[in-house]
Design a protein. Structure first.
Ligand SMILES: C[S@@+](CC[C@H](N)C(=O)[O-])C[C@H]1O[C@@H](n2cnc3c(N)ncnc32)[C@H](O)[C@@H]1O
Length: 212
């Protein structure tokens, strides 16, 4: 079993990714980004994009949706700030360095919280999800997209073998679906409303929860 992930290590890893992130992960992750944004824009209002990275998602939201973006990596966020300036995105209210588990926002502020390719990179996913729910308005939606580990077979073996290196690159490839399902089952104020398989071959999932 690979050692667990730590926040400083992840921040360092994304500091190294920042100069090449858009080139490596821009297109690959685009379908998931577009799908989560389509769901978030149906809700509109004020949206928190956690782990906003270099801000690839920001220009894709409707210009009437107010956006706040946070990320643990300053170099990634600097790229997002440059992008907002270059594109003149007036609907981006805040971009701030912040830990996803300790959001410096009051309770019930956002209509939706979006986290694209983030939840498997945080050290304590359940406590992080708790904080996402805290900042959501009642009736609001938490929308995730992420690679989810295989339950068995050759893909599971590959993910377990790749895990130690992936930790150093900033994520957990073997992350099990059960953690996300069990978190919702135990949280009295949350309903899991959708798990949608995403390409390639359903290895990624779009996941929606509603705060009651
Ligand atoms: C795979 S990237 C995804 C970036 C962006 N959402 C996208 O779709 O391209 C993961 C992002 O999550 C950020 N991240 C990782 N751990 C975090 C934490 N504890 N708090 C906030 N952001 C975090 C990383 O710095 C990185 O920018």
């Amino acid at each position: 079993m690979a050692a667990d992930i730590d926040r400083a290590g992840v921040a360092k890893a994304y500091g190294r990714w920042a100069p090449v992130y858009d080139l490596v992960f821009g297109k690959v992750f685009d379908h998931g980004r577009q799908s989560t944004i389509a769901e978030a824009d149906k809700i509109g209002g004020r949206i928190l994009d956690v782990g906003v990275g270099t801000g690839l998602s920001l220009s894709e939201y409707s210009p009437t949706t107010k956006l706040c973006g946070v990320d643990i990596s300053e170099p990634m966020l600097r790229k997002a700030q440059q992008r907002v300036r270059a594109l003149g995105l007036k609907n981006v209210e805040t971009l701030a360095v912040m830990d996803a588990k300790n959001l410096a926002f009051p309770d019930s502020l956002f209509d939706a919280v979006v986290a694209q390719y983030v939840i498997t990179a945080v050290p304590d996913p359940e406590a992080t999800l708790d904080d996402f729910i805290r900042v959501l308005k009642p009736g609001g939606e938490l929308i995730l997209v992420n690679h989810i580990g295989a339950e068995s077979g050759p893909r599971r073996l590959f993910e377990l073998a790749f895990a130690p290196l992936a930790r150093r690159l900033g994520w957990r490839p073997e992350f099990p679906w059960a953690r996300l399902a069990n978190w919702a089952a135990k949280h009295s104020g949350v309903t899991l409303t959708e798990r949608r398989p995403m390409p390639p071959m359903g290895h990624f999932s779009l996941i929606r929860y509603r705060k009651s």
